[in-house]
Design a protein around this ligand. Structure first.
Ligand code: COA
Ligand code: ZN
Length: 317
């Protein structure tokens, strides 16, 4: 299996701002600046970045440069290159380029799946199986890992509350279809820590040794509390975006992911090794700021700075 360079870390963090964040913007973020962002964030210690999305460029023009971005990202030493794929065609494009990890998107909520990828969940799952089959035909050293993403799993902008039983159903369906990992996503920021614990504990018990990762949005201010709750359940891989960029054009009032800089600070302060240098990470925000000058950037660490005499507990241990 490609990747898995994180054995010396307690928690893996994956930057998703280049995909989840940028998909909201119709003005293109220059390819060279995307690559500068990727390289700077890798230099700050981030080892996994979701660099693009293999969707039709007509639908999301921001990703017209998917090929160039992936090629540049693959030249960045020590980086696991992740890409979102919504169907078999997207997976074929990503595999051809040598992407390390495919983040397949399907929503637990039927309505959101129809809006987002224009198909029933059963059709999404059938395509996921085709992708798993395709991967098995590749030589072992060229196989990407296949992540089964469950969007709108903890709430839906159209349907409201999403039953935990449905999350369990689709997580098991992914597991049986050959997922290497399941990702539970609170796409619209509806979750709270109690809900998170209920859903993650149930799914983690169901899928056994299969890793379960978390993708939270901070729409209602509970993003980091939810991450802490997932951490308590045993989750050790989190998506986040620098400065909290993010959202989904198919979800009314969707806002950004949890802030990468604040997530890393929380984990670091809790004594968990992320591999990230907090000051270098905060400095990368400048690349986002200069390219999106009228976009608000979020983040408490960037606003307040590190506490006086702060020492990384994990480094001291
Ligand atoms: N990459 C590039 N082109 C693709 C593609 C992909 N992943 N999937 C389909 N296409 C092309 C088809 O070849 C076809 O092209 P043609 O008109 O030249 O023949 C066209 O797009 C329509 O194909 P179809 O299979 O009918 O797709 P659709 O119109 O039903 O759309 C999705 C389905 C999944 C491609 C689309 O809904 C999508 O990309 N959704 C993701 C939206 C998103 O980014 N959401 C945010 C992430 S959470
Ligand atoms: Zn998201």
């Amino acid at each position: 299996m490609v990747q898995s360079n994180s054995s010396d870390l307690d928690v893996a963090v994956c930057e998703v701002g280049l995909r989840d964040g940028l998909q909201m913007f119709n003005t293109p973020f220059p390819t060279a600046e995307k690559l500068a962002w990727i390289q700077a964030e890798r230099a700050a210690g981030v080892r996994e970045i979701e660099v693009t999305s293999f969707v039709p460029p007509k639908l999301v023009p921001q990703f017209v440069d998917a090929r160039e971005v992936v090629q540049g990202a693959l030249d960045t030493p020590g980086l696991t290159v992740v890409a979102l794929v919504p169907n078999l065609k997207g997976a074929e494009r990503a595999i051809e380029l040598g992407v390390h990890r495919l983040n397949y998107v399907m929503s637990v909520s039927r309505t959101h799946n129809l809006k987002n990828v224009r198909r029933e969940r059963e059709e999404s799952l059938a395509d996921f199986k085709r992708i798993a089959d395709l991967i098995r035909t590749l030589p072992e050293d060229r196989r990407p890992s296949l992540l089964g993403g469950l969007s709108s799993a903890l709430g839906c902008g159209y349907e409201g509350r999403v039953p935990v039983a449905d999350v369990r159903h689709w997580a098991m369906a992914y597991a049986e279809a050959g997922a290497d990992e399941i990702m539970i996503a609170d796409t619209v920021g509806y979750a709270d820590p109690v809900h998170v614990k209920e859903a993650f504990r149930a799914v983690m018990a169901d899928v056994g040794s299969l890793p379960v990762s978390a993708h939270f949005h901070d729409t209602r201010g509970l993003g980091l509390a939810n991450a802490a709750a997932a951490l308590e359940c045993g989750v050790r891989r989190f998506d986040a975006s620098l400065a909290g960029l993010g959202g989904c054009q198919f979800v009314p009032a969707a806002t950004g992911n949890i802030v990468m800089d604040d997530l890393c600070f929380m984990l670091d302060a809790m004594g968990m090794r992320t591999g990230v240098d907090l000051e270098k990470l905060v400095a990368v925000r400048e690349i986002v700021a200069r390219n999106l000058p009228s976009t608000p950037l979020y983040g408490a660490l960037a606003r307040a700075g590190l506490p006086v005499n702060y020492r990384t507990p994990a480094a001291a241990a």
